[in-house]
Each structure stands twice: as C-alpha cells, then as structure tokens.
Design a protein around this ligand. Sequence first.
Ligand code: 5AD
Ligand code: SF4
Length: 474
Amino acid sequence: MERKNILPSAEELKRQQGFIDLMRAENERFEAEQGRKKKMLIVTFGCQMNAHDSEKLLGMLTEMGYTKADNEEDADFIIYNTCCVRENAENKVYGNLGYLKHIKAEKPDLKIALCGCMMQQPTVLETIRKKYKHVDIVFGTFNLYKLPELMYMNIESGSPVFDIWKEHGEIVEDLPAIRKYKFKASVNIMFGCNNFCSYCIVPYVRGRERSRTPEDILKEVKALAADGVKEVTLLGQNVNSYGRGLEKEVTFAQLLRMVNEVEGIERIRFMTSHPKDLSDELIKAMAECDKVCKHIHLPVQAGNNEILRQMNRHYTKESYLETVAKIRQAMPECAITTDIMVGFPGEGDAEVADTVDVIKKARYSGAFTFIYSKRTGTPAAVMENQVSEEQAKRSFNAVLEAVNPIIYELNHEKVGKTYNVLAEDVSSSDPEFVTGRLDDNTLVHFKSDRDVIGTMVQVKITDNKTFYLIGERI
Ligand code: 5AD
Ligand code: SF4
C-alpha cells in the first residue's frame, strides 16, 4: 500500500477510535475466556522522536485494553519501534527477531509488529518478508496512527499486514499518548528533514519537513500544563527551520516566545538545532524567555572544513565557532552540547585535529560521539575514500580524550553553588537518592525522599563525577 491518508485529522482519529473499540471488545472477550488481560511490550530504538512515538503507541494499546508485559516471554503483543541511523541499531532488531521466532514457535498466538524508520527502507522490507515470516504487522513512520486498524485487519484476515507509505499524509493530531513521566513531556513541533547531510538516512525515512501550526502546538502544551506537566521538550530534526511552509509563516523564536507564555509550564527545552540555521533572533528569544532552559544541543559532527563540505553541512569551522561565541555572549551560563561523528570518508588524523580544536574552543558540556556507519542510499556510502576501522577508533579516542576533561572542568565550576533542580526519578544506583536536572541539563544525584519527584527543589552541589554531579537539598 502506498497511499497517503486523505481524511482530515479529526475524521481519521475517529476512524481509528472505531478500530480501538473493536480491538478492545476482542481483548475483553479474551479476558472473559482466559481470566487475564492481554499483555504488550513496546521496545524502542533510537532518538527522542521515536521515544515520543512510542508514547503514542502505548496510548493506543492501553485504550485497546492491553496491560504491560515485563519481557518478551510474558507478552501477547510485541512491537519494535526501530531506528536505522546506524547499522548496529538495525542489527539489534534482526537479532531480537531471530529470538522471537523461538518464542512464537511455542506461543503461536503471539503477535509481532514492527514500525519506525528501519521499515521505510525497501531492502529491509524484502528481508523481513523473506526471512522473518513470523512478523504479523509492519508499518512505517508516516502512518503510526493506523496501528489500531492494522491490528484489526491482521486478526480479520489471519495474514500478515504490511502498510508502508513513501511519503507523508495529513498530520493526525490528538492521538492518545501515555507519558513516561507525569511532570515532563515531549511535543512534536515538526516532522521530517530537508537537509540531506550526505551520511544520513533520516531524510529518506522521515520525509520532507513539515511543521505543526502554533495553534495545535499551544493547544497541546496548555493541555499538558493542565495535566501537571512542568517541563516540555519541543522536538524536531531541525527546530531552527520550524514554521517554513506554514500558511502563516512563523519562526522558531516566535514559537518559543508563545510557549513561554503558557501558564504552569516552568521549563522549556528543545532539540535539535542545525548550526547553519541558528538565528540571532533565536539566541535573543532564548536569552529573554525565563522558562527556556539555557542549554542548546548544536551538533557539529566534524571540525574540518573539507569534511563538513563533504558532509553537506553548510557551515564552516569558523562560522560554527562564531555562532558559539554569540551564544556565549548572550548567555554566559548556557550549556552547549553536541554530536560528533568520526570515521567519515576521507577523515584522517589531520582532519580529526580540527574537530579536537573545535571541542577545545566550543567547550562542550556533553557530546554524543559516533563512529560513521555506512547507510545504503546515502551519497557518503558511495564515496571512495572510506576509512579503516582502526583509523575510526583512533579518531574516536582522540575525540573522547578532548571532550571528557572539558566536561569535568565545566562541572567542577558548579561545586559549592546552589541550583534549581527538577527532581525526576529515583536514582538507579541508590534508592535513597533522587536524580534531577539543572536548568542546563546537567544530571545531579541527591539524597531525598521520593515525594520530591516532579517538583523543583534547591540543590547545593557537593561533588563532581564528570558525567553527573552529587548534591544535597537545602
Ligand atoms: N553514522 C553514524 N552516525 C550518524 N548520525 C547520523 N547518521 C549517522 C551515520 N550514518 C549521527 C549524527 C547525528 C546523530 C543523531 O546521529 O551525529 O547528529
Ligand atoms: Fe540527518 Fe542532517 Fe537531517 Fe540531522 S540535519 S536528521 S544529521 S540529514
């Protein structure tokens, strides 16, 4: 099936609600017969966008009457929300699917669904059709909201259902979503990417950029605030180009100012920013909006101008550092974090030295470092000067050696000072500690009762552990 949805959002939502009701009736019948509810497992790979999509999957499945399973063996319905940005994420899905084959052999009623970025690639679909015949439902990034209909079709027909679209249709608003945290939430402000960085598969699997209207976004943020949310993260592959193409064009800076006015919201975060589009207007809005956290994720990828050109990033080392200087000038306390990729075709020690130079000048508070992974269909995959694994590992180490001491130093400056912290969770390493985040996104662990979770507390920093801080409540 390659058609787009044609119904307007509200009608499509109503249609899917009908399938949710049918599935719920089916599940109630099961419960009456078996004396237990059906259980589901959602496994999410990849970025925050996928994590947020999974909250929508969870919302729909919960409305169908499923409860959560603890693991694969325990589940009646398993869905993998996949990622294809790097090869290892794909390999994990194939590995897991191999394992599920054994479980399904013993539990033939188990239903297996796959969705997300990986499914938008024709070669992946072919492999699944041929080698993984135990998969029941497959859909992609453009039709996530159709899960109820596809599940019902699968039951009715008794055969596998594949529904992948090549491009996006209408944005379907107001899907039921269940958040992981009561007090913080992600909000999509746009979908897709038009940048075509030469190594990246995202524009091929998430389609062209399209923005939600400010009205729809504000309606969602206000509803979240009314539901107890204090922190929102505005999500897009490149938030700086938000609003282009809308009937009434609006900039991301203007959107930030609007969200800043929503009563009840205390913190606003956003990601990701492309350095080429980061405007002075945005820096000014960030500096002036009290609720906007002083943290910007600004992926640099590489520091060498020729590599940046080959990557199709549309900025130079110098212009990137100028942007960093502007941010620092407007907001001296602003944390800047980044993504760095090593091992891109043509990148040797001399080129990595430029990346290290940028790291030292930009002084990142955090960096995700990746080894380049060849993605079939992208321009970089057919570049001739692919880099050896040995070189890539050497570059990786050089980057970490530059990044880590700076993170340590920046965090060290915080020791002895007191910060506003949003308490988020019980610490995974010590149940007597709670984990929270400073405005600039730094993690801090502090001794406390759990009842502070979801509230803003004052924490004095007492120790620096490089990637997180230790503090005490005051
Ligand atoms: N190989 C390795 N890392 C990649 N990224 C994107 N594409 C690839 C690839 N082919 C990284 C970039 C991006 C982050 C989300 O993933 O650093 O910013
Ligand atoms: Fe990929 Fe570049 Fe788009 Fe980010 S901006 S999703 S790296 S193509």
